[in-house]
Design a protein around this ligand. Structure first.
Ligand SMILES: Nc1nc2c(ncn2[C@@H]2O[C@H](COP(=O)(O)OP(=O)(O)OP(=O)(O)O)[C@@H](O)[C@H]2O)c(=O)[nH]1
Ligand SMILES: O=C([O-])CC(=O)C(=O)O
Ligand SMILES: [Mn+2]
Length: 607
């Protein structure tokens, strides 16, 4: 190492110049008290969590209930992704497209340099080498996150492969890594006492797609701060995927095995807090069908040598929505969580040192400490856990994890589901008329907003392929990329595409479909459509099940109720069309013709 290096870098466990010079540059800018190179070891995790318990950021849970597990409580203003403050700073504004916030990269750098100047004063700067996907993948995707949050380090250790092995491989292969810089934006002055959840009222989540770098300022919350996840594996990766001919998607992957022992793989794109984790960990209510999981949030896909679509999950953990996750709805998640080694954020605490959230158990505890630290009883009038409270758990704690999760080659996808949260209009399941029609379903996907992002909840918005907040470039170009890469497919092996909606409501306001484990009935129908053995009714929007074609064995619903869930409503769809036209107008001409042609076809069939 050259002796002109900053003394803070004396302990650096690497001689890899591109990394050293970036770390040095960041240290000079942010002025931390010390640098810790993260090795990913058990001992280091113990050190970090001990420190976080001492500083009040983490509460150690009762080890008899949740071994080696902790609860964190955020600043009440730092509980979700901040889409209004998320930027794609491409050189040209046009390349960010209308779905992203944009600022000139030089102007943004100037702004960020100001904010990061001295931002880590009084704190430790952690350097986390990480890889998204497999370390032994053909083309491993490396990153290094620099952060001043030990909570982020501990969470990244669960969510990604991090530490010494990764650093070694970066160094040995002289690999490119995405520099991902994060600060909570709360420097400590001499003698100033820290708070349990340091953050800054001002937040900036910024991506430079051409240079493939990330700068995140002001927030400690998951999607804003664990930079391997949304910032890298979706926004930056979508740009890499565009340039390299693959797909980075907001999707789960599951393996479904029929009673005859034939295995299928399904990926599904639903917007944030719309059911990916729950479908991925499905416990089927139909006999003889088995579900195993490969991933619950992010999927990287590419067309293989035989023109088949192959998928991998680049993550190593679950960062799942806690509310609604219970022994009744998602026992596989509950079993994984019960093994411990988890970090819970903004859930409620039980009096015996465990955690609780709405929907975890049918019985509501008589007394809790809510996520804001206040006494809580069932008559409090507000939820005990924040609606976007999360559990962060290693994926290999899932009993029904498919062995193929560990394979860098991934699995062949046979069906793709697009789904959202819609009270009306969208039937339980609709099979696309063709691949192009399926891409149109993805392009026009819509959903009510949820607590996963700051802002109003329950507002219907278009969310193309469930990627609205995550496309790292122009949305029309992104949809064009889907059309282009699928041109490489073997047409006989193209997955069938389905549009699903677990959230349709009945006249009396209840859910039209029980959802959760009963969604296995929809998966079975989809597979039987692939095999050509299930009936369907053709409608202007695609093929919907006949009441008899769904396996309803053991389901407590009348045929009329099932019909209510699966029915196509011509009037609702006619009312939907102006919104679709408006949506397409917003692309300003960047939508591929094959997609606009699908809207014309739909209008013709509806009239
Ligand atoms: N009614 C109903 N609710 C569901 C169903 N599946 C999931 N949910 C609820 O939807 C909420 C979010 O579900 P998740 O599976 O965590 O959502 P996700 O898509 O993984 O979300 P992100 O992690 O934010 O990307 C939870 O409160 C679930 O209980 C379903 O089939 N029916
Ligand atoms: O990013 C997060 O914080 C959690 C998540 O999966 C999403 O919002 O889609
Ligand atoms: Mn997500």
């Amino acid at each position: 190492m050259s002796d002109t290096r900053l003394p803070l870098l004396a302990e650096a466990p690497t001689t890899y110049e591109p990394l050293l010079s970036w770390v040095e540059e960041v240290a000079e800018l942010t002025k931390p008290d010390r640098i810790q190179w993260v090795d990913g070891s058990e001992a280091e995790y113990r050190q970090l969590t001990d420190e976080l318990v001492a500083s009040g950021t983490l509460t150690r849970l009762n080890p008899e209930l949740f071994p080696n597990s902790f609860a964190a409580f955020s600043d009440p203003a730092d509980v979700a992704r901040v889409e209004e403050q998320t930027f794609i700073c491409s050189k040209n504004e046009r390349d960010a497209g209308f779905t992203n916030n944009w600022m000139d990269p030089d102007a943004m750098k100037e702004k960020l340099n100001g904010l990061f100047d001295g931002a880590m004063r009084g704190r430790t700067m952690y350097v986390i080498p990480f890889v998204m996907g497999h370390l032994d993948a053909e083309d491993p995707k490396f990153g290094v996150e620099i952060t001043d949050s030990a909570y982020v380090v501990a969470s990244m250790r669960i969510m990604a492969r991090i530490g010494t092995d990764v650093l070694k491989k970066i160094e040995e292969t002289r690999a490119f890594f995405v520099p991902a810089l994060h600060s909570v934006g709360a420097p400590l002055e001499e003698g100033q006492e820290d708070v349990p959840w340091p953050c800054n009222p001002e937040k900036w989540i910024v991506h430079f797609p051409e240079e493939r770098s990330i700068w995140s300022y002001g927030s400690g919350y998951g999607g804003n701060a664990l930079l391997g996840k949304k910032c890298y594996a979706l926004r930056i990766a979508s740009v890499m995927a565009r340039d390299e001919g693959w797909l980075a998607e907001h999707m789960l992957i599951l393996k479904l095995t029929s009673p005859e022992g034939k295995a299928y793989h399904i990926s599904a794109a639903f917007p944030s807090a719309c059911g990916k984790t729950n479908l991925a960990l499905l416990d089927p209510t139909i006999k003889g069908w088995k579900v195993e999981t490969l991933g619950d949030d992010i999927t990287w896909m590419r067309f293989g040598k035989q023109g088949e679509l192959r998928a991998v999950n680049p993550e190593a953990g679950l960062f799942g929505v806690a509310p609604g996750t219970g022994w009744g709805t998602n026992p596989n998640a509950m079993r994984a969580i019960a093994k411990g080694n988890s970090i819970f954020t903004n859930v409620a605490l039980t009096d015996d040192g465990g955690v609780w959230w709405e929907g975890m158990t049918e019985e509501v505890p008589a007394h809790l400490t809510d996520w804001k630290g206040n006494d809580w009883t069932p008559d409090a009038g507000h939820p005990a856990a924040h609606p976007n409270s999360r559990f962060c758990t290693p994926i290999d704690q899932i009993d029904m994890l498919a062995p193929e999760y560990f394979s860098p080659e991934g699995v062949e996808i046979n069906a793709i589901l697009f789904g959202g949260r819609r009270k009306t209009t969208i039937p339980l399941v609709t099979e696309a008329r063709s691949w192009a029609n399926g891409i149109f379903m993805g392009a026009t996907l819509s959903s009510e907003t949820t607590a996963a992002a700051a802002g109003a909840v329950g507002v219907v918005r278009r969310d193309p392929m469930a990627m609205l907040p995550f496309i790292g470039y122009d949305a029309g170009d992104y949809l064009g990329h889907w059309v282009k890469v699928s041109g490489k497919a073997n047409p006989a092996r193209l997955p069938k595409i389905f549009l699903v909606n677990w959230f349709r409501r009945t006249q009396d306001g209840g859910f039209a479909w029980p959802g959760f484990g009963d969604n296995s009935r929809v998966l079975k129908w989809a597979i039987e459509r692939i095999e050509g053995t299930a009936d369907a009714v053709e409608t202007p929007i695609g093929f919907v099940p006949t009441a008899e074609s769904l396996d309803l064995d053991g389901l407590d619903m009348t045929p009329e109720q099932v019909q209510e869930a699966v029915r196509f409503d011509s009037d609702e769809w006619k009312a939907e069309v102006p919104g679709l036209e408006e949506w397409f107008d917003r692309f300003g001409g960047s939508l591929p013709k094959s997609i606009t042609a699908e809207l014309d076809g739909l209008k013709a069939r509806l009239s």
